[in-house]
Design a protein around this ligand. Structure first.
Ligand code: NDP
Length: 463
């Protein structure tokens, strides 16, 4: 039987991620799942527990709202250890604070450069024994460093105690994509190269780096969202059905698909940078870091041979939205009116800000003539507020359920695909904020009559 964790330790307690995600997720876990474990935050700001409680209060107030009862309990469970991650005595104090806990879960919400230091100290101080570790993204900077990080973690933790987080997998919309694919038999005959023309995934953000220029300089769009979030979405769209809902069956099936994706050809990748990025604080004046990337991918399987998969992600785009378009092939003959092929015959998955699953079809317009119009059949349209992905994922990690977390081989397979495009020597193309990126990105999809640009309406799901 899988053991439940008996303490939640989070490194990076004073950081941005803790503020935006971890405190709200903890409050939600207390409210919805009777979470009742010691919560130990660690950072080096010279704070005390009162300051951390204030921070927690501001965090939940700003992100979703304060739930009086749940927050009251969060305050009681919260502890704080102040200390540098590079110093052994920090971990001695953590060990004392853990008291009788035998199976703590250590959440590394810290700069990736510190992962190794922290896990080594956890080991030396005895805090790693019987423990789990959650590692934030990015997991490595490329294939070689991801392999090295896996080796480091494996020296201390067994694979089933390592939870590589990609919060995209915890999103309601992403879960629904997986569910929709494998809970409906009508899709299977269509879901292949015979009926599907191409697939597009767009992740657009209408904002820039939001003061986190120095962080972004180290990462860039490909590492920040493509190697992880976008490839995960692609995998869910393209994988074969797993034999069961078991975590390992699911992860093995994903791995099979990842291994069938051809490593990127730099000629099929466009890197862009929005004008104004280089004047952001912490950004080099001649920075070549991409804030936009678009690419064409190929999957070498019987199901997908010859079907292009496109990914596009960027900052300072016209809208904030993540959407998938699965374009079906046109009917072989125009028996009735001629139609613009891409306005119907598709599936659309809106992953954020709201959740939509729909199919674009043609129906006859009422009247004498055999003329048609496009309509969308909506299978699911859900408002913006749904369960917090971090609450789902942290709950799963505490229970030892690894289904929604990256496995060592899967992470390495994803880097293998991205690696050839990481060569920053290739110049980035500038684009104006508020546009869909450099013009060269449009050439990638020329064979498909261009990109589907998501539309976001104020009170609706767009389209
Ligand atoms: P921040 O820089 O905001 O926070 C880093 C945290 O680590 C702070 O609490 C800081 O403490 C602590 N820290 C850093 N160095 C030391 C040290 N030597 N000793 C003790 N404490 C130290 O980072 P983020 O919260 O933004 O990111 C954390 C991780 O989460 C990263 O891996 C990032 O890639 C990932 N992530 C972040 C997201 C976000 O939205 N922020 C989204 C997805 C992933 P102090 O303040 O005291 O220096």
């Amino acid at each position: 039987m899988t053991v439940k964790s008996d303490a939640f330790v989070f490194f990076g307690a004073t950081g941005d991620l803790a503020y935006k995600q971890i405190f709200p997720a903890l409050q939600a876990l207390i409210r919805d799942e009777d979470f009742d474990l010691p919560i130990i935050g660690i950072a080096r700001s010279g704070w005390d527990i009162e300051k951390l409680r204030e921070r927690a209060k501001d965090s939940v107030t700003e992100h979703g709202g304060l739930d009086k009862r749940a927050f009251g309990k969060l305050v009681k469970l919260l502890r704080y250890v102040d200390g540098d991650y590079k110093q052994a005595d920090t971990y001695q104090r953590l060990r004392e604070m853990l008291g009788k806990a035998q199976h703590p879960l250590h959440y590394l919400a810290i700069p990736p450069s510190l992962f190794e230091t922290v896990v080594k100290h956890l080991d030396q101080s005895g805090c790693a024994t019987g423990a789990r570790v959650v590692v934030e993204k990015p997991f490595g900077r490329d294939l070689a460093s991801a392999r090295e990080l896996n080796r480091t973690l494996h020296r201390i933790f067994p694979e089933d105690a390592i939870f590589r987080i990609d919060h995209y997998l915890g999103k309601e919309a992403v879960q629904n994509l997986l569910y929709f694919r494998f809970a409906n038999s009508f899709l299977e005959p269509l879901w292949n190269r015979t009926y599907i023309d191409s697939v597009q995934i767009t992740m657009a953000e209408s904002f820039g780096v939001q003061g986190r220029g120095s962080f972004y300089e180290e990462v860039g769009c490909l590492r920040d969202v493509v190697q992880n979030h976008m490839l995960q979405v692609l995998v869910l769209l393209a994988m074969d059905a797993p034999t069961s809902h078991d975590a390992e069956a699911m992860r093995s099936e994903k791995l099979r698909l990842l291994r069938a994706i051809r490593p990127l050809d730099p000629k099929e990748v466009v890197r862009g940078q929005f004008r104004g990025y280089r004047t952001e604080q912490g950004v080099a004046k001649n920075s070549q870091v991409e804030t936009f990337a678009a690419m064409r991918l190929h999957i070498d399987t019987w199901r997908w041979q010859g079907v292009p998969f496109y990914i596009r992600a960027g900052k300072e785009m016209p809208v904030t939205c993540t959407e998938v378009f699965v374009d079906l092939k046109c009917p072989p003959l125009a028996v009735f009116d001629r139609i613009a092929p891409r306005d119907s015959n598709y599936f659309r998955f809106r992953l954020s800000p709201d959740v939509v699953i729909s199919a674009g079809v043609r129906v006859k317009k009422p009247g004498e003539a055999m003329r048609g119009e496009n309509v969308e059949l909506i299978a699911r349209a859900q408002p913006r507020r749904v369960r917090l992905p971090y609450a789902r994922l942290l709950g799963d990690a505490l229970r030892g359920n690894a289904e929604l977390f990256g496995r060592d081989d899967g992470i390495e397979a994803a880097w293998r695909i991205i690696d050839p495009a990481l060569n920053d020597a290739e110049r980035v193309l500038q684009y104006n904020p508020g546009t869909w990126g450099p013009k060269a990105a449009d050439e990638l999809t020329a064979g498909e009559e261009g990109w589907h640009n998501p539309v976001v309406k104020k009170n609706g799901n767009g389209k």
